[in-house]
Every structure is written in structure tokens, then in C-alpha cells.
Write a protein that binds this ligand. Structure first.
Ligand code: GDG
Length: 751
């Protein structure tokens, strides 16, 4: 199969096939996304998605024909059986994720068969991507149906740059946590390099769930995960603005518009268009309109609500019930308020042609958009674009993503029918000059930030990740580099191994207590074996107190640096730096205590040379705010020449400026004069060690995040496995040819 350098993955393709009377018929639909993609001018693009018809009816010959036909249009079909469509699409996507992500908890169905199918179908998409993508392709995955795909593709195509965009809201953690499969979904998304949302709030909710469920740190718009950086951004989708302007000026549209105007003559038109979906707030809209007629009787006979409800997901029960409810309400309102020559509501449950939709936008005096939740809502933007004469008013729910941008709309709370009725009254009375002012400013925004700009902004961020903005995977230790390190170690005459402890040799525990953090027998054995090797010194350099370290590592005969090097034991003899923090401690303690009192889960640790405020058990959002404020208060209170305030891995720490791990490393190197140094650490205090060593040292960062180390390993297990290899007696005698060349060239460069 031909490989492509840019792959778009979405549930549906911009083309589809159906089989009638044994014959395959193809149809293409160019939605906003397809237009945006074609405008990008990425030369080598392919689109992966469902072919549009159940595969049960397709023979192998049909499938091959479909593949060939789609290939001519740069598309790769995914084939799904009717059962898969039922469980994956109607089931998990539209009966579980869609309602929950739109805050409809009561409509959310949990079913194991749905989840199984979702997982299985996501694998089918990922397999199709694998077959179609070059090894370093850019792959852009779309929407809630495919949340597992990024991680699946990452496994198969590790060097790809993967982007994911969610078109619907990402709910708050309190809602998202209800999903049984919440972790798997997040892990799926974290396979991406860039994850995008329509609004800042959705991105914030996502970050908070990542924080709470995966336990990883999230800073601003970045999450460090398994040695990679995941960028989280907001990219509010736009519309194809030019297409609407063109349609407004077309004769075909003008003709339909005239016929609409003739039909309603003197009536003012209130328009609503959406898929018939419970998230769109259609019952709320009808109730508001009923109230308008009831409480503002002057509008009876003078307005009409023209409501287009497009059939959607008709196989899902909740949608069938909603349709019944809406149609009963429409009939009731028409029955109560209608007259022989006036129907208050004109209702269509149909898909209408594009020209007619635009003509409706032009003809409407008011566009009423009242979703109770909506990722963005393009209808609102399309109405604004179609009002080139700048007459008309948009009444828009503040719970649509579009409300963030269209601030000149009349914004309403969709649950407050009375306020919508009064907003309609305001809109019907609005002066033309006011209408024009609002329209102009909204048009300016959506003209500039159209769908092409949106797609470009997202792709540019993917390119940035690809070209090195995302350094994380650049330095992950390769198998060859690992072999070379082992070889160098074995060849060396004097070796020094310097290791941080927490987060480097031992995973973080919920409490920093000495008992919970103690090394296992296996780890102690490993350190002992390593240090007993000929001409090999092992040193643990940690922020832990001397007492704890002496207890943990007694009888191992290794060197220790406690409290970031304030106390160093080399060859069994302890040395201590002068204490310059002692006098300041009561003041520091007092400040920290005020924070501990009102921050459940936090605690103070007092060490001889530093004071630490731990917040690893504090709710993350609270922790972040409090730690920032505490840091600020401490910086103001302490003598900045002698003491420094740091925020580290879930801690805020005050310590002496002249004590850091780099100093301990210098001392160790000075004492032993080694010709091989391996130094590993995981957090910012370890960066001082990496910087203190020269570029020939084997410095290793454990986990993600910015670093000055030469190599990165993804987790503690990788480091332990390397150390275990070093401790063994099996010698690597021969290096492969390419490695020999690397070593030789390095040696020559140094000369
Ligand atoms: C999802 C998110 C987000 C409607 N009726 C007809 C018709 N339409 C077109 C509209 C518009 C589109 O369908 C609907 O887009 P929305 O954005 O309003 O809503 P969703 O379908 O729910 O879309 C949403 C969007 O993804 C993009 O990210 O904005 O929040 O839920 O373009 O014009 N088009 C035609 N006939 C109709 O009868 N031709």
C-alpha cells in the first residue's frame, strides 16, 4: 500500500459508498473539515475513515473495488460490520461518550459490549493508519469516536507526529471520572504530541483529568508523559467564510430567499437549525418561544419560528424519544396560539440543501441558537457570515463554545426560558444601527479566523512538535547507545556511579516517610553488587536526611550525600557544610504552618539544612495555587543571598544557596578522578549534577521534562535494568561496526 506523509483520521470520510441492488454507488460530501484540509496544500495527504456502509453486505471483490476507487481520491476505507457500527458508533460513541461529555449523565449508557467494540474498532483505524503512513508522518486524528487511536498509532509508528482534535466539549473531572474506562481514554489521547480543543475551558478540564487520573504534572499548556511532551492547546474551529459570502451573492440563493420572504410576508422570522440532538436545547427553545407568545401577545401573528431539525442518530433510543417530545410540543403550541391564517411554528424534520440553508440565514431576522452544551456550534457562525447586509440578530447560548468568540451576540442561559423570551423581545426591537455594529464586529472575527486558519494553526503546532519543539523523544536512549554505555563502563579503569534516589531508583510514595521510601532488598543487593565490582564507586546523592540514608544504606559501603550535599560521606567519613539556615527556620516554619492549616493533605518537613512543604496529597488545582502563593511569601521573607526558595516535585523548599547536588558531584569526581562517570536523576535538583559534569559523562534523565542530561530513559525500570546489566559479569567484547566508527570519530574530535 502507498505510504503518505500526512494522514487525516476521522470517523467518516468526505466520501462514502452504498450498495443497492448489488451495485456500488459513490457519493462525496465536502464538509467544513474537507474544505479546510484541501486548503492546506499538504502534497501527500491521505484520509482514513469508515466507508459509509456495513461490510456484512460486501464481498471481497466489492471491498477491493471500494479500496481502489477510494485510493483514486486519496482515501483509505475502514470496513465495519453492522454489529460494530451498532456497538462502537451508536453505542460507545453516541450512547456513552456523547451524552456524558455534554453533561447528560442520565442518558449515559454503560455497556461492556460497547466498550469492547470501541477498543476493537479503534484498533482497526490504527491498523489502517499504520498501513498508510510513512514512518515519520504527521497524523491528525479527529474526535471522540477515536480517542484510543493516538496511543495505538504511537506504538506502531513511534516516530510519527500525532495530533488529536476534540470537536465536542471535554467535561469537568467530576463528570469524566464517572466513566469506567476513563484512564484508558486519557492514555489513548496521551499518545499524541498535540491535543486540541475548541475552548480554554475544555483544555483546562482535560489537564485537570490528566493530573488527577494519570498523576502527571501539567504545566501551562504542556504535559510531560512517559518521556514525551504533550502540548495542549485551544483552536476554536471556524467556518469556510468565503464559501458563505459566495453563496450569499449567488442568484440561486437569492431566488430561494425571495420565495421565503413571499411566504412569510410581514412576519418577522426567528430561525433555528440544528441536528435533532438533546444537546441543542430544542425543548428549551420551544418553551422560550411559547413564553414569548404568552407574555408578549403583540407578537402573535407577527412572528414565526422557522425550525429545521436535521435527522440524526435515528437508531439511538434517546433521539427517537426526543423527536416525539419535540413534535408533540410543536403541535401543542401551534394548536394553542395558531389561527386559521397563521401558524406560530414552521417545523421541518429534514436535511435541506446548502443553498436553502444559506437563503434561510439571509431571510431570518433572528437566529436562535440555544444548546445546553455545544463544543463550538457552527450554525451561529454561518448565520453571521451570511448577514452581509449586516441586518439581523444572533441570540446565542452562553454554553456554546462559540459564545467565547461571538461576544456581540445577545447571550442567554438556555435553561432560563423567561430570559430567552426577553432576549427575543430585545432582538425584535433592536435598532438597525445596533444590529449592524454587532454583526460587523462578529464578522470581522470569523472572517479572520476561518476554518483554513484553524487547520493551519493546528498543523503548525504539529510541525513545531515534529521539528524539535518537542525534544522529549530526541534523546531517549537507543538500544545501540545502551550497548555503547555498557561497553565504555567495562573498558574503564576507574568508574563512578552517582545516583539520585527518590524518583530515580524508587518510585514516589504517597508519604515521604522513611519506612515507605526504604529501598527493597533487591535494590540494596543491586547497589552492593555494583559497588563491589573492581574499581567502581557508587554514590547516592539525595535530598533525604543523613539519618535516614545511613539507616537505609548501612553495610553497603557506598558513598552518600544527604540533604543535597550538605553532608557528604566519602569512604565512610562524614563532612558537613556550615549551617546558614538555622536562624531563619522559626520564621519559615510560621509561614509554612499558615498554609498547612488551610491545605488538607499538605505537611512540613524540617531538615537540618532546609525546610520543605510537601503537597503531593493535595487536590492538584488547590496545590498549584497554594504552592505559588507560598513561594511568593517565602521569597519575600528570607535573606535571598544566603537562602533560595524552589518549587520541585510536589514540594516548595527553602535551602541554602551554597548547597546543591552539583557541589556534591564535584567533590566526588575530585576525590576519585574517574575515567567513566554515570549519573542519573529525575528532577530539577538533579540538573545541578548534570551541569557539574562534563559532556563526556553519561548523564541520564529518568522520565519526561526539560533536561541537560545527554540521555533519557522513560522510567525507573529502564534505569534499573541498565544498572543490573552493569553489575553483571558478562562482558561485551565486540562492538558492532557502526558503533566502533562512532567511538573512533569521537576520539578524533577530542584530539
Ligand atoms: C460538532 C459539535 C462543533 C445543519 N442542518 C443542515 C446542514 N447543517 C450543517 C450546518 C453546520 C453543521 O451542519 C452543524 O454543525 P454544528 O457545529 O452546529 O453542530 P454538530 O453537528 O453537533 O458538530 C459542534 C462541530 O462538531 C465542529 O467542530 O461546532 O459543537 O457538536 O455546518 O450548516 N447542512 C445542510 N442541510 C441541513 O439541513 N446542507
Amino acid at each position: 500500500m502507498t505510504k503518505h506523509s500526512f494522514v487525516i483520521v476521522s470517523n467518516r470520510l468526505p466520501m462514502s459508498v452504498s450498495k443497492k441492488d448489488g451495485k456500488l454507488t459513490y457519493e462525496s460530501s465536502s464538509g467544513g473539515l474537507a474544505t479546510a484540509m484541501s486548503s492546506l496544500r499538504e502534497d501527500d495527504t491521505v484520509w482514513v475513515g469508515w466507508c459509509g456502509t456495513p461490510s456484512d453486505d460486501l464481498s471481497n471483490k466489492d471491498k477491493q473495488e471500494i479500496r481502489d476507487h477510494f485510493a483514486k481520491h486519496n482515501a483509505v476505507p475502514v470496513f465495519l460490520t453492522a454489529a460494530q457500527i451498532h456497538n462502537f458508533y451508536e453505542g460507545y460513541s453516541n450512547d456513552t461518550l456523547w451524552p456524558l461529555f455534554h453533561y447528560f449523565q442520565s442518558l449515559t449508557q454503560y455497556d461492556d459490549a460497547y466498550w469492547q467494540a470501541y477498543d476493537e474498532v479503534n484498533q482497526l483505524y490504527a491498523a489502517a493508519v499504520k498501513q498508510s503512513a510513512t514512518s515519520n508522518a504527521r497524523i491528525w486524528v479527529h474526535d471522540y469516536q477515536l480517542m484510543l487511536v493516538p496511543a495505538m498509532v504511537r506504538q506502531d509508528v513511534p516516530k510519527a507526529t500525532i495530533g488529536f482534535f476534540l470537536h465536542i466539549p471535554f467535561p469537568s473531572f467530576e463528570i469524566f471520572r464517572l466513566l469506567p474506562e476513563r484512564r484508558r481514554l486519557l492514555e489513548g489521547l496521551m499518545g499524541s504530541d498535540v491535543v486540541g480543543f475548541h475552548t480554554y475551558d475544555y483544555a483546562r478540564h482535560f489537564m485537570s483529568s490528566v493530573h488527577r487520573l494519570l498523576g502527571v504534572e501539567a504545566h501551562e499548556a504542556q504535559v510531560e508523559y512517559q518521556g514525551r511532551t504533550v502540548q495542549v492547546g485551544t483552536y476554536p474551529i471556524g467556518i469556510d467564510y468565503k464559501k458563505y459570502v459566495k453563496a450569499v451573492n449567488s442568484a440561486a440563493t437569492a431566488k430561494i430567499e425571495r420565495s421565503i420572504k413571499r411566504r412569510y410576508l410581514k412576519q418577522r422570522i426567528i430561525l433555528s437549525i440544528d441536528r435533532l440532538d438533546y444537546s441543542k436545547g430544542i425543548p428549551q427553545r420551544l418553551e422560550a418561544y411559547r413564553l414569548l407568545l404568552e407574555e408578549y401577545p403583540e407578537y402573535r401573528g407577527n412572528v414565526v419560528l422557522q425550525m429545521v431539525a436535521v435527522p440524526s442518530r435515528t437508531g439511538v433510543e434517546a433521539y427517537q424519544n426526543l423527536r416525539d417530545q419535540i413534535e408533540r410540543t410543536v403541535a401543542r403550541i401551534n394548536g394553542i396560539y395558531g389561527t386559521a391564517d397563521w401558524a406560530p411554528i414552521s417545523y421541518q424534520f429534514q436535511n435541506r440543501p446548502f443553498d436553502e440553508i444559506v437563503a434561510n440565514y439571509i431571510a431570518a431576522d433572528i437566529m436562535l441558537v440555544t444548546p445546553v452544551r455545544d463544543g463550538m456550534n457552527l450554525v451561529a457562525k454561518e448565520y453571521v457570515a451570511s448577514k452581509q447586509n449586516q441586518r439581523g440578530v444572533l441570540v446565542l447560548s452562553e454554553l456554546a463554545g462559540a459564545a467565547d468568540e461571538l461576544t456581540d451576540a445577545v447571550l442567554v442561559n438556555p435553561s432560563n426560558a423567561r430570559s430567552i423570551a426577553s432576549a427575543l423581545d430585545e432582538a425584535l426591537r433592536m435598532l438597525p444601527s445596533d444590529q449592524a455594529r454587532r454583526m460587523k464586529s462578529m464578522q470581522e472575527r470569523i472572517r479572520q479566523y476561518d476554518v483554513q486558519t484553524w487547520a493551519k494553526a493546528f498543523i503548525d503546532d504539529m510541525k513545531l512538535a515534529q521539528s524539535g519543539g518537542n525534544h522529549a523523544h530526541d534523546i531517549v536512549m537507543t538500544r545501540e547507545q545502551r550497548t555503547e554505555i555498557i561497553h565504555e563502563f567495562q573498558q574503564a579503569k576507574k568508574r563512578l556511579i552517582i545516583l539520585d534516589y527518590d524518583g530515580t531508583l524508587k518510585p514516589f510514595q504517597p508519604t515521604p516517610s522513611a519506612i515507605a521510601g526504604a529501598p527493597s532488598i533487591k535494590l540494596r543487593l543491586l547497589l552492593a553488587t555494583l559497588s563491589q565490582k573492581k574499581s567502581t564507586r557508587v554514590a547516592i546523592v539525595s535530598g533525604r536526611p543523613r539519618k535516614v540514608m545511613t539507616w537505609w544504606f548501612k553495610a553497603l559501603g557506598i558513598d552518600l550525600a544527604a540533604e543535597h550535599g550538605a553532608r557528604i560521606r566519602i569512604n565512610g567519613k562524614w563532612e558537613t557544610r556550615p549551617n546558614r539556615i538555622k536562624k531563619a527556620k522559626p520564621a519559615i516554619r510560621k509561614i509554612m504552618e499558615t498554609y498547612t492549616d488551610r491545605t488538607p493533605g499538605s505537611r512540613i518537613e524540617e531538615k537540618e539544612f532546609s525546610m520543605v512543604w510537601h503537597f503531593r496529597n493535595v487536590v492538584p488545582e488547590v496545590a498549584y495555587n497554594r504552592s505559588m502563593k507560598l513561594r511568593h511569601d517565602l521569597v519575600k521573607a528570607v535573606d535571598g543571598d544566603a537562602l533560595a526558595v524552589h518549587t520541585g516535585h510536589k514540594i516548595v523548599e527553602v535551602k541554602q544557596r551554597d548547597i546543591h547536588k552539583g557541589m556534591a558531584v564535584e567533590k566526588l569526581v575530585e576525590t576519585y578522578q574517574p575515567d567513566f562517570v554515570l549519573c542519573a536523576g529525575d528532577d530539577f535538583t538533579d540538573e545541578d549534577m548534570f551541569r557539574a559534569l562534563n559532556s563526556q559523562a553519561t548523564t541520564i534523565k529518568v522520565g519526561g521534562g526539560e533536561t541537560d542530561a545527554r540521555f533519557r530513559v522513560n522510567d525507573i525500570e529502564h534505569l534499573i535494568s541498565l544498572l543490573t546489566k552493569l553489575s553483571s559479569n558478562k562482558t561485551i567484547t565486540k562492538l558492532s561496526k557502526p558503533l566502533r566508527r562512532v567511538r573512533l570519530s569521537r576520539w578524533l574530535k577530542n584530539k
